[in-house]
Design a protein. Structure first.
Length: 192
């Protein structure tokens, strides 16, 4: 009988204990074969998914690049041809002015009334062209509250009206699509 705390010296106990804890070669091979097949299948599936995601990424990247390039082309064209519509609407005004000069050259004794009719017609054409292109005239009436965003005060004058209101317009201003193209030059009533 072995002493307490001493290791087992019985050889018959050792193989039984070992066989219980250590798998036999048949069991080891069966487990080893099942795992690699599963791992190989998982690897193949992951490779297929990776290829699919990679392909989708490359397609999305190419599409984004195409969209960016088309947008840049559109912006370039918009900048290049931004004034095309405006210029086209001004061509009849130029034609009218050239016709007036040609008429005056051919007939220098044209009555002033006829010349004034032509000038007024040309001015109406110009006003219509500006309006079509959203160029709005700023011509504030006397007594309108001074607005530094759209008016430029040239001087303050004593007047019989409320202080800081427009007394007169020296030069009309213009807006283009709610943006000041040129402020109206005005005189403003001085405080009393």
């Amino acid at each position: 009988m072995p002493a307490q705390g001493a290791p087992h010296d019985n050889p018959s106990d050792t193989p039984a204990t070992m066989s219980e804890t250590t798998p036999t070669p048949e069991h080891a091979d069966a487990g080893a074969e099942a795992s690699p097949l599963t791992l190989e299948q998982q690897f193949a599936e992951l490779q297929a998914k990776h290829t699919e995601v990679s392909d989708a990424y490359l397609r999305a990247k190419a599409e984004a690049e195409n969209i960016r390039r088309r947008a840049e082309e559109e912006i370039s064209k918009a900048r290049k041809f931004a004034v095309e519509s405006f210029a086209e609407s001004l061509l009849p005004v130029r034609d009218s002015l050239e016709a007036a000069l040609a008429t005056h050259t051919a007939k220098p004794d044209t009555p002033v009334e006829t010349v004034m009719e032509g000038v007024n017609a040309t001015l109406r054409q110009l006003a219509a062209a500006l309006e079509r292109n959203k160029v709005i005239e700023l011509n504030p009436a006397a007594g309108t509250k001074f607005d530094p965003n759209i008016h430029q005060a040239i001087s303050m004058v004593p007047a019989e009206q409320e202080a800081n209101t427009v007394v007169g317009v020296l030069q009309k201003g213009y807006l283009i699509a709610d943006r000041v193209l040129r402020p109206a030059l005005v005189t403003v009533a001085a405080p009393k």
